[in-house]
Structure formats: structure tokens, C-alpha cells
Write a protein that binds this ligand. Structure first.
Ligand code: ADP
Length: 247
């Protein structure tokens, strides 16, 4: 397989903080339409890896290519514009605006709230809001004030706000943290829906959830990849068992 087949190609990526290698010569490829889950003990470098991909942290060495374009040193906003979306654990939604408005202001033409509120909502924007609201399961809640949504719905809304920008790679950090059992199930369905036509990278600790959603699992440890493959394969890997059981 040539590099052009991957949406994301990371090669020999390294980042050091005061001489400590948080990411150490890491190589990782993500396919189009793939849902990849990254697991690993605390301090393994999972968050730092996502920070590097979205441009929040800059690499000391190595390269990150998105759709075969070099973006290792690109500014964060340019990486977003290129089609990379990142959701953090705490939702950053506008609590006093409706679900519709939250999605509308996330349409790329109106990134600033004031600009978007003054902006006439075109049919194109409305259609996009409708289709994203359906995708995130909030089509019946478009008029609801975002602050009144459940914890899970707020997380889905934020995913929807990212989808408004039509990312081709979406990265989510522990998307089910704090969710009820039912919300977790709905989030699994939601992730299956959104990875059709897009690639998704998820950091997750809940192994039942990982089993349910992952196309492929990457296990990180000490800034490197310890194992990669199906959940069954990595779970049976003695190196992984060793790290998790601390032998
Ligand atoms: P994980 O998300 O897997 O728990 P992190 O990526 O948060 O791991 O951290 C990996 C290692 O890098 C940790 O030892 C952490 O303390 C260190 N680290 C992360 N960011 C910084 C930073 N900005 N400065 C110094 N050390 C950092």
C-alpha cells in the first residue's frame, strides 16, 4: 500500500519536553473511513500524539502527512481548515443558544459568534444543520437551548459542531466520559455513522466500548507503539498484558 492510500501518515514522530521523549520515533498510518482507537496507560503519550496531529504541539522530529500533504509545521488553524477536527473532553458549546444556532455558527463561513449571528442563514447552511443534527441524533432538539441538553447530548452537539466544518479526520478524547449506559450505546452508534466517509481517532479507556467501536486498536506505551491490530490480537499480546498488569 502506498502512502497515498492513507488519510493520515505519521512517520518517526518525536517530541521532547526538556529532554524527555513524550513521543518517541512513532510511526502510525490511518486509513480512510477507519475508526482507530488509541489505548495505553496514563502518561503513554496519547494526548500528546493528538496535540501533535492537530498542531497544538510541534514535533521535534519526524513527519505528519494528512491526505499526502505535509502538515508537521502547519499552524493549528490551517490544520483545521485542511480537514482535521478535534474534540476535547469538556464540551465548548454555547449554552444559551439553541442547538440549531450552535450548529449554524459552526458553519465555516461564520466561525466567530458575532459574525455568524449577523449572517443570514442560507438554505445551504440550513440543509447542512439538518443533516448534521440527524447524524448526531438531535434532529428533534433543534430549538432546545443547548444548556438544557443532557451531558451526552452536549457531547454529541459538540461533535456536530465539528462535523459542520466537514472534517475528513475527527479526533475524540474519551468521548463517553461521564455518560449513562444508554448514552454510551448511542455514542457507539453515532461513531459508527460518522466514520462512514471520514476517519476517526478515539482515545478511550473503557475496554468494552473499545471492543464495540474499534476497527483497529493501537496500544501506546512510553511514547511508542507497543502493539497494533484487532482488539483480540492486542489483548492477547504478552507485551500488552505485561504493561496493563504491571508484571
Ligand atoms: P496520556 O494522554 O497517554 O496519559 P500524555 O500525552 O498526557 O499521556 O503525556 C505523556 C507524557 O508527556 C507524560 O509523562 C507527561 O507528563 C508528558 N508531557 C505531556 N505534555 C507535556 C508538556 N507540555 N511539558 C512537559 N511534559 C509533558
Amino acid at each position: 500500500m502506498s502512502n497515498t492510500d492513507f488519510v493520515l501518515a505519521i512517520e518517526d514522530l518525536t517530541v521532547s519536553f526538556d529532554g524527555f521523549k513524550a513521543i518517541d520515533a512513532l510511526t502510525l498510518y490511518v486509513d480512510r473511513g477507519e475508526l482507530r482507537v488509541i489505548i495505553g496507560p496514563n502518561g503513554a503519550g496519547k494526548t500528546t500524539l493528538l496535540d501533535l496531529i492537530c498542531g497544538k504541539t510541534k514535533a521535534s522530529a519526524g513527519s505528519i502527512k494528512f491526505k499526502n500533504q505535509e502538515m508537521t509545521r502547519l499552524a493549528e488553524h490551517k490544520i483545521v481548515r485542511a480537514g482535521v477536527g478535534r474534540k476535547f473532553q469538556t464540551p465548548s458549546i454555547y449554552e444559551n443558544l439553541s442547538v440549531f444556532k450552535n450548529l449554524e455558527v459552526s458553519f465555516p463561513r461564520g466561525r466567530s459568534v458575532l459574525g455568524a449571528l449577523g449572517f443570514r442563514c442560507t438554505d445551504e447552511v440550513k440543509e447542512r444543520v439538518q443533516s448534521v443534527a440527524t447524524e448526531i441524533g438531535l434532529a428533534d432538539a433543534l430549538d432546545t437551548e443547548a444548556g438544557l441538553l443532557s451531558h451526552g447530548q452536549k457531547q454529541w452537539l459538540e461533535i456536530g459542531m465539528l462535523l459542520m466544518q466537514e472534517p475528513e479526520l475527527l479526533m475524540l478524547d474519551e468521548p463517553i466520559a461521564g455518560m449513562s449506559v444508554r448514552e454510551r450505546e448511542l455514542t457507539a452508534d453515532l461513531l459508527q455513522r460518522i466514520c462512514k466517509g471520514r476517519s476517526v481517532i478515539v482515545i478511550e479507556h473503557d475496554m468494552d466500548f473499545v471492543k464495540r467501536i474499534a476497527h483497529k486498536v493501537t496500544v501506546m506505551h512510553q511514547g511508542k507503539i507497543l502493539a497494533e491490530g484487532s482488539m483480540e490480537k492486542v489483548q492477547a499480546d504478552p507485551k500488552v498484558i505485561d504493561v496493563y498488569l504491571g508484571h
